[in-house]
Ligand binder design. Structure first.
Ligand code: GSH
Length: 285
């Protein structure tokens, strides 16, 4: 399906976070992307470093709020049929992009599959994100919480989250390629699942939950061979390489206030060593 939109502006922090899957979809579709980047900055308050987001809140947000009072990060701005649209909420952006770019199933049945899988991938992401932004009293508490994340996501019973995707892929019609979650074509939930799995990969390696794993077999060793195939196929898709080779893929998963996944040199952002050099706009034609 060819879109009548010739450029997308996608605003988000200088992280992957909730903006990443949308960025990927636009690049994958070959439509020019202006990725507007906002940075949180360190500020000392009562002897502690906190991170403030005035680069967004006191700037573009004020103007965009006049156009859409629900505005938050991420937001998507574009012109279609001579009319300007500013939409917000990560799931709305993903669903809209999916429908606009022909990546949201081919009929009502597949569309409903896309909706459910998108929500499921959000649930999976939320488990690790909540952990990432929690500051623990001790290393022991952190490890205990990490183990709980591992159990919620990777438990190989009907309560584990990842087994849902494993079973979903397993239940697919034998005539359908299992590279994608829905039908034979790429769709919005594929991007969100890929991005979430990429974050889990970092989590598994950091806490050494899967011994002797390599990049390409970590999900298989965790007991999810079809999820592993999905991930390994997805990362090799030719049209994804432009994203993977861009500055956007190098951004940290979480924002600077997060304990896990925010760092440049380590796992946590270090205001002394790390320096956020991300430009205000990353343009991918
Ligand atoms: N449910 C919303 C959550 C949005 C949200 O919490 N955004 C965070 C970044 S992940 C933020 O700092 N937004 C800036 C704002 O609310 O203005 C979504 O999915 O878009």
């Amino acid at each position: 399906m060819s879109s009548k939109i010739n450029k997308f502006i996608l605003g988000y922090w200088s992280t992957k976070g909730l903006g990443s899957a949308s960025r990927q979809m636009i690049i994958y579709a070959g439509i020019p992307l202006v990725a507007k980047i906002y940075k949180v900055l360190p500020k000392e308050e009562n002897g502690e470093i906190i991170y403030e987001g005035s680069s967004w809140h006191d700037n573009d947000k004020i103007n965009l709020k006049n156009k859409n009072s629900l505005i938050n990060l991420p937001y998507l701005q574009f012109i279609k049929d001579n009319k300007e649209f500013v939409i917000s909420h990560s799931n709305t952006c993903l669903t809209f992009l999916g429908k606009e770019l022909g990546m949201f199933g081919e009929n009502m049945h597949e569309e409903l599959e896309c909706e459910q899988l998108l929500q499921e991938s959000v649930d999976l992401r939320n488990i690790v994100t909540k952990f990432a932004y929690t500051h623990f009293q001790s290393e022991e508490d952190e490890l205990q919480a990490a183990k709980e994340v591992f159990t919620s996501a990777f438990e190989n019973s009907n309560s584990g989250k990842l087994q849902k995707f494993e079973h979903w892929l397993n239940a697919k019609d034998d005539n359908l390629v299992k590279t994608f979650l829905v039908g034979n074509n790429i769709s919005a939930p594929d991007f969100n699942l890929f991005d979430t799995l990429d974050l889990y990969k970092k989590f598994l390696f950091h806490y050494n939950f899967i011994k002797d794993a390599k990049d390409e077999n970590i999900f298989e060793l965790a007991g999810f061979p079809l999820v592993s195939d999905f991930f390994n196929n997805f990362i090799q898709l030719p049209k994804l390489q432009k994203y993977l080779n861009s500055e956007l893929y190098k951004l940290p998963f979480t924002n600077k206030g997060a304990k896990f996944g925010s760092g440049k040199s380590g796992i946590t952002w270090d205001p002394v060593i790390d320096n956020d050099t991300t430009p205000e706009e990353i343009i991918i034609e």
